[in-house]
Design a protein around this ligand. Structure first.
Ligand SMILES: Nc1ncnc2c1ncn2[C@@H]1O[C@H](COP(=O)(O)OP(=O)(O)OP(=O)(O)O)[C@@H](O)[C@H]1O
Ligand SMILES: [Mg+2]
Length: 246
């Protein structure tokens, strides 16, 4: 292992302690009100948001450290509900930008309610009831990372709408994210998957990222033995679809 790599892993490793302190603090405030004092309903919602994002971060830190153990990607398959995976990914996204949206997505009791909550935010979910209620066996944290990155890009670049479609084909899960944004010219279709590459678009997209999301998505999809497809051109919106075999 190079010195640079070791220093990087140590930095990630040292995030564990402050994260544990944040998690313990939030848990105490929520669960020991007799000691720390009562919280209002609004405060409880905020604390829960802090707690679930701390837990998500802890999972990412652990995944990052495990990645360091092997140059190959490690796959952790678990059984999980498709509905949970979709809802949790969306809640993680909206927790930052629109906490009301996050709460309303979290509170949905069934597919119809989830579709409605999303439609009012310009996200059109296409999935059949059978798949929505099914348990599948895949690397949940990796496919969440893939979906989150594709959705974050779509939210950043769309004009009005996003179509999120999930299907099962040939013993694989297919996830498509389509937006109605400016699109990606064919000349850039390979380069956008390079680390730190960002197309030089107009300044209208003030939320700048690092140009790492798609490079990461590509690697994660490859690790899971899947494929990624891009259909887009200038002025025609963008469609990313990934297919992950079970
Ligand atoms: N849905 C999309 N519509 C238009 N352009 C896109 C879309 N998704 C990605 N791109 C282009 O591809 C580039 C690379 O995307 P990528 O997700 O890797 O980086 P980023 O979103 O800029 O930053 P990061 O994901 O690291 O926060 C983007 O900067 C953008 O130019
Ligand atoms: Mg991105």
């Amino acid at each position: 292992m190079s010195k640079q790599r070791l220093k990087f892993d140590l930095l990630v490793h040292d995030l564990k302690v402050p994260l544990a302190v944040i998690e313990a603090g939030a848990t105490s405030l929520l669960q020991r009100m007799e000691k720390y004092g009562p919280l209002t309903d609004k405060q409880i919602k905020v604390m829960n948001r802090i707690l679930r994002n701390t837990i998500n971060t802890k999972r990412l830190v652990n995944d990052a450290l495990e990645l360091g153990r092997s140059s190959e990607g490690i796959i952790h398959k678990t059984q999980f509900l498709v509905s949970d995976f979709i809802e949790e990914s969306l809640v993680e996204i909206f927790d930052l930008t629109d906490s009301e949206a996050a709460e309303s997505i979290k509170d949905c009791a069934n597919l119809t309610a989830s579709k409605q909550a999303l439609e009012s935010r310009g996200i059109f979910l296409e999935i059949d009831e059978g798949l929505w209620c099914r348990k599948i066996s895949l690397d949940e944290s990796k496919i969440k990372q893939v979906l989150r990155n594709l959705l974050n890009n779509a939210l950043k670049y769309r004009k009005n709408r996003i179509e999120l479609t999930l299907q099962e084909n040939d013993n694989a899960l297919q996830i498509s994210v389509a937006d109605d944004g400016d699109g990606i010219p064919a000349d850039y279709h390979e380069r956008i998957f390079e680390c730190y590459f960002q197309m030089d678009m107009e300044e209208q997209h003030c939320v700048r990222g690092h140009g790492l999301g798609l490079a990461g998505v590509m690697i994660l999809v490859e690790d899971m033995g899947g494929t990624l497809n891009l259909e887009s051109d200038l002025g025609q919106g963008t469609l990313f679809s990934v297919k992950i075999p079970y």
